[in-house]
Design a protein. Structure first.
Length: 109
């Protein structure tokens, strides 16, 4: 799995861009309008996402429409699945432990 994807996802602005694009394609201007950043700054973030393979742009006249490319996210999900299974098991064990150590309410009377 390319490190570029993880580096791209490490930034909250880029994660928000992906969330917006999950709703449907948008122009760079429409995306920039969602942030208190300059258009060039948003364009730079879009470039990072494009190089990581997370978005693609489609020129339409003078505008570019950006689309989410979910493939790399699916790869990350597959890679993370065993860890999710591990943590769910650990949390269940913790819940069982806490449940078994809580005093029975009838014993308090």
């Amino acid at each position: 799995m390319p490190d570029d994807v993880f580096l791209a996802l490490a930034n909250p602005v880029r994660r928000r861009l992906l969330e917006l694009l999950a709703e449907g394609p948008r122009t760079a201007g429409a995306l920039a309008g969602e942030f208190a950043l300059s258009r060039p700054a948003v364009a730079e973030h879009l470039g990072v996402l494009r190089r990581a393979g997370l978005v693609r742009d489609e020129p339409e006249g003078r505008r570019r429409h950006y689309h989410l490319e979910p493939g790399p996210l699916a790869e990350i999900g597959e890679w993370l699945a065993p860890f999710e299974h591990y943590w769910r098991g650990r949390l269940k064990d913790l819940a069982d432990l806490v449940e078994n150590e809580m005093p029975d309410e009838s014993e308090d009377r």
